[in-house]
Design a binder for this molecule. Sequence first.
Ligand SMILES: Cc1cc2nc3c(=O)[nH]c(=O)nc-3n(C[C@H](O)[C@H](O)[C@H](O)COP(=O)(O)O)c2cc1C
Length: 317
Amino acid sequence: MTNPALSPLFETLAIRQWSLKNRVVMPPMVTVRNIVGEDGIAWYSEHAEGGPGLVIIEATATPRFGQDLTVETLTPLVEAIHAKGALAAIQLFPVIISRDAELDLNELSLADIQTIVADYRRAARICQAAGMDGVQPHGAHGFLLNRFFSPAHNRRSDEYGGSLDNRMRLGLEIVRAIVDEVGSELMMLYRHTPVQADSYGLEESLAFARELVAAGVDVLDLSPSSKEAPGDLAAPFMQLGAKVITVGNLDKPERAEEALRESRADLVAIGRGLIADPNWANKLAENNADSITKCVRCDVMCFGNLRQRIPIACTQW
Ligand SMILES: Cc1cc2nc3c(=O)[nH]c(=O)nc-3n(C[C@H](O)[C@H](O)[C@H](O)COP(=O)(O)O)c2cc1C
């Protein structure tokens, strides 16, 4: 890796009133811990201490806000992340996560859709009051919001299905509701999958991204990238007026740097690499790359544990 003093990974980045101390992002990853309990706070505190500029807390169901997730319960989590020098955002999931697979979007009523939007609005307000810096609707990976966008899944015949305008509608309504509620006080992120084989391609995603940015999105988080050139699927989104995160197999520092140097992204998210070694960023900053505990892509105790609903861990610890 380049001398850390010259590495693009350690350049700061300004996003409206926020300043990220570097270009490294911890992407949302379900930990199977209680994010507002001792174990969850310890996890996020340790990861913030490891050096990323921005920590995005895992997919968290909006219906929980006002229930177990309140200003009081969330504030210690946010403070723990801030105390270690990182900004804190949270990924917001539209329904209780375990229900996603059983939900047929084609059968959701208009009242159900209004509830989804209202839940986002309420969740964002609570996040802002708890001191969060940003929120991110989860619009990626084939989950509910992504299925609304996907012509292969969305068979609705009302204003939420069919044409591209209609398939973009729910994502845009959510963003507009959050921006209306707390836009000036919260960084607005959106996670989207740029290409879904047999469903939609880059062109429709770019049209969506343009609308998201016009609606107030500050940061487009494009997931996943392909495994080929780092950030290749994020690069087309760089000219839309928002900052761009790319993610996927970037934990070899040279790959992360390449994505930044070739202007394919403004920020790089390191997922499993940060599970294997929460100190990834600090070790690089200290010119100590050799001491990084590397992810070996076994997926046994990260994705594997997640599937079994036991707290995620790593075989390399
Ligand atoms: C255990 C685990 C949980 C994840 N949970 C989420 C999640 O809550 N939301 C999300 O958008 N992506 C989730 N992801 C995907 C990651 O954010 C990231 O996009 C993916 O791991 C690819 O990056 P990597 O190659 O650096 O690991 C998860 C990944 C792992 C390993």
